[in-house]
Design a protein around this ligand. Structure first.
Ligand SMILES: Nc1ncnc2c1ncn2[C@@H]1O[C@H](COP(=O)(O)OP(=O)(O)OP(=O)(O)O)[C@@H](O)[C@H]1O
Length: 257
């Protein structure tokens, strides 16, 4: 397992500061939820955390090594990202798309080996996509696509996975399934989520971004409070503790005036 840390991340685009001195730590094997209103900077931060974009200042480290010093192939073996609206351009089957996750382990044009096939089978099974393996990517529903994308990340056998709203197209069963799976797979996870209650139930820690700055960082109990929901989202809420899961549950009452 691995730790992913960000220190003092600043990113400016068109002279607008999108991220301002953001620091966080995704601890080994834990699930870190990234929350915040639309436009707060979650996607921008995730792309920096995954090494897809360089910040103007600040450092991202994987197990203490600055991410830009890790060769791309090695990084791809330890870190996978599932972005929103990630497309598979060619007309591939689900199985072929998931097998793309094996690219960092194979030479170009090298056929899948036994390890590759085992990883693809595991990913198909874990995401409930085995029965859909031969279907064309183009014919998948939004939720099926999301599961297959997640399967591709799992096939990569990463130690860290960065997910941008992994559950937004999923029905409740698969929302629970994906989040439970993330916990079971013992992977270090950073996931941008919009659903506060899902985040409170499944994350070990939650970081809240507002206007590109971290405005809260703590356990779900520390972070999911009426004061924060009012402050960050402008919504009046009550927060209770579920007698069933012990996690905080917010009930959103109205837009605060
Ligand atoms: N490449 C870019 N060029 C210019 N502005 C950008 C770029 N990428 C993001 N932004 C701006 O940065 C801000 C943060 O965007 P980002 O997508 O990171 O937010 P978010 O928290 O993921 O939002 P959402 O919840 O709506 O997905 C937005 O105002 C967005 O318009």
């Amino acid at each position: 397992m691995s730790t992913l840390t960000a220190t003092g991340i600043t990113w400016t685009k068109h002279s607008r500061r999108i991220l301002d001195d953001v620091s966080l730590e995704a601890r080994s094997g834990a699930v870190l939820g990234l929350l915040g209103p639309n436009g707060a900077g979650k996607t921008s931060l995730l792309r920096i955390l995954a090494g897809l974009r360089r910040p103007d200042s600040g450092t991202v480290r994987v197990d203490g090594t600055a991410i830009e010093r890790i060769p791309r192939r090695r990084l791809a073996r330890s870190l996978a990202i599932v972005e929103q609206l990630q497309e598979v351009h060619e007309d591939m089957t689900v199985e072929e798309a998931i097998a793309l996750g094996r690219t960092p382990y194979r030479g170009t044009f090298e056929p899948l080996g036994a390890d590759d096939r085992a990883a693809v089978e595991h990913a198909l099974g874990a995401t409930g996509m085995s029965a859909h393996r031969s279907r064309s990517w183009r014919t998948l529903s939004g939720g099926e696509r999301q599961r297959a994308q997640f399967g591709r990340a799992l096939a990569q056998q990463p130690r860290i996975v960065v997910l941008d709203e992994p559950t937004n197209h999923l029905d409740i069963r698969y929302q629970l399934d994906v989040l439970e799976m993330l916990r079971d797979e013992s992977i270090t996870v950073v996931a941008a989520l919009h659903d506060l209650n899902l985040a409170a139930r499944f994350c070990d820690r939650i970081v809240v971004l507002r206007d590109g700055e971290v405005c809260a960082d703590g356990t779900p109990e520390d972070v999911v409070t009426p004061a924060l929901i009012d402050d960050v989202y402008g919504v009046t809420a009550v927060v209770e503790q579920s007698p069933h899961t012990q996690a905080p549950i917010a009930v959103f009452l109205r837009v605060a005036r």
